[in-house]
Design a protein around this ligand. Structure first.
Ligand SMILES: Cc1cc2nc3c(=O)[nH]c(=O)nc-3n(C[C@H](O)[C@H](O)[C@H](O)COP(=O)(O)OP(=O)(O)OC[C@H]3O[C@@H](n4cnc5c(N)ncnc54)[C@H](O)[C@@H]3O)c2cc1C
Length: 427
């Protein structure tokens, strides 16, 4: 990628008021940048936390006030110009063009445009077919759930499963349909994937995998999902949880390099040296995997954006952090770190079925991922191990037994883990 100019920027504009954009703006101020910072986003709300949207879908009030990252006055106090409800439509010659007709010149630009929920090409437009990405998606979905089931969730990724658990805990009839024979391959090793699906079944949620849906239409007043093999399911409400489409529109129109995300180098720079990208939308070189990845996780978006904001000010520090996240279903919290796509064995301490364990996945003897439930202390130790090993080339890595936390290795037993799936990690 071409080099970023060495002159100190006077105006930095951040597009996207998600956690990446918000963190970047805050980091610029923390780092002492005293120029103009503009944080502009399409959503009407000030920056807020997305993870509760699926976990607390039914049981708790999901209001902008309860979810917000900062009190409304904080942005102004920090000298951050927060412009909500403003879609950026173009980037032309160092100036952003906004849908409201305003124009924003910049010296450095950060694109933190995240992504949008994928939709299904075969699904009919219907008020009771929903997606869940933004706070604005919640009121209609929630109103539908409050009027009763059955709920059909299409997609058994973490978001779909969290929403399913939330609805099931509220007493709804819930069915989850998943196209893949083995859901969650990108985010969990095999034994843990099975344990999560078993947890759903034990709570009375129907989970069907390997379902090739061909239609989703309204018939005689109910929604009907039809599969290629002739099976069908009826529902009052459908949640399509089919993953994320990175929002690269603006970047692509501006001529930046995009390919399943905005392509950036280890410093976060795009193919234009004055423009950077961070968070869910950025596809960056991961030194641990030796290839580019796009990670869809809250903590990652936060850490990545903070690092890239520093680089926009000239820090010049490559981003190397190992991503980590969590999921919560039926009161069980799983903490997850690293990547599992290359893993070939899993050492487990504790009881997976009881969700009281810590596990470390390795590839060629090199630690690549960790998962824990009910053991936050072990999880922290495992993250330290992953961080320590980060970037070690697979063939030359010191082999694991001498460096792994004793608590995890004692009694650990190997397991062949699934290796397929795209190199992104879903949130
Ligand atoms: C329901 C739900 C639950 C989740 N739970 C977890 C979890 O438990 N753990 C976890 O690790 N992760 C979780 N995630 C994922 C996590 O929330 C995301 O990884 C994170 O929010 C990504 O932040 P971001 O800022 O990169 O992108 P986004 O949050 O997508 O923010 C991008 C922002 O950019 C704006 N934008 C886009 N284009 C434009 C434009 N042209 N002009 C102006 N604004 C624009 C969008 O409107 C949006 O507000 C969850 C996500 C969802 C949706």
């Amino acid at each position: 990628m071409p080099e970023t100019p060495r002159t100190t920027p006077r105006t930095i504009v951040v597009v996207g008021t998600g956690i990446a954009g918000a963190t970047a703006a805050l980091t610029l101020r923390e780092e002492g940048f005293d120029g103009r910072v503009v944080l502009v986003g399409e959503e009407p709300h000030p920056p807020y936390r997305r993870p509760p949207l699926s976990k607390d879908l039914v049981k708790r009030a999901l209001t902008p006030e309860r979810l917000r990252l900062k009190p409304p006055t904080a942005w102004q106090e920090l000298g951050i110009e927060l412009r909500t409800g403003t879609k950026v439509t173009g980037i032309v010659g160092g100036v952003l063009e906004c849908a409201d007709g305003s124009r924003l010149p910049y010296d450095r630009l950060l694109l933190a445009t995240g992504g949008r929920a994928r939709t299904l090409p075969y699904a009919a437009e219907d008020d009771h077919v929903h997606t869940l990405r933004r706070l604005g998606d919640v009121p209609a979905l929630r109103a539908d759930l409050e009027s009763g089931g059955p709920l059909l969730v299409v997609g058994a990724g973490l978001l779909g499963l969290e929403a399913a658990a939330s609805a099931r805990a509220a007493g709804l009839d819930v069915t989850v349909l998943e196209a893949a024979a083995e859901p969650l391959r990108r985010v969990l090793p095999a034994r843990l994937r099975h344990a999560v699906l078993d947890l759903h079944r034990a709570h009375g949620t129907q989970v069907h995998t390997g379902v090739a849906l061909t239609g989703l239409t309204r018939r005689d007043g109910v929604l009907v999902a039809t599969a290629r093999d002739g099976r069908s399911w009826h529902a009052h409400t459908v949640l399509v949880a089919a993953g994320l489409r990175p929002d690269v529109e603006l970047a692509a129109r501006a001529g930046l390099d995009v390919d399943d995300g905005i392509l950036v180098d280890a410093l976060g720079t795009t193919s234009d040296p004055r423009v950077f990208a961070a968070g869910d939308v950025a596809r960056y070189p991961d030194p641990h995997l030796g290839r580019r990845v796009r990670v869809e996780q809250w903590n990652h978006a936060q850490q990545h954006a903070a690092a890239i904001a520093r680089n926009m000010l000239g820090a010049g520090t490559p981003f190397t952090a190992v991503p980590w996240s969590w999921t919560e279903q039926y009161g069980v919290m799983l903490q997850i770190a690293g990547h599992f796509t290359d893993a070939d064995s899993l050492a487990v301490q504790g009881d997976i079925a009881d969700f009281d364990f810590a596990a470390l996945a390795t590839a060629d003897g090199r630690p690549v991922g960790a998962v824990a439930a009910g053991r936050p202390h072990d999880f922290r130790s495992l993250r330290t191990v992953l961080d320590r090993h980060a970037g070690t080339p697979p063939r030359t890595a010191a082999h694991t037994p001498t460096v792994l936390p004793h608590a995890v290795l004692t009694g650990g037993r190997p397991e062949a883990a699934g290796t397929a799936g795209p190199p992104t990690a879903a949130g």
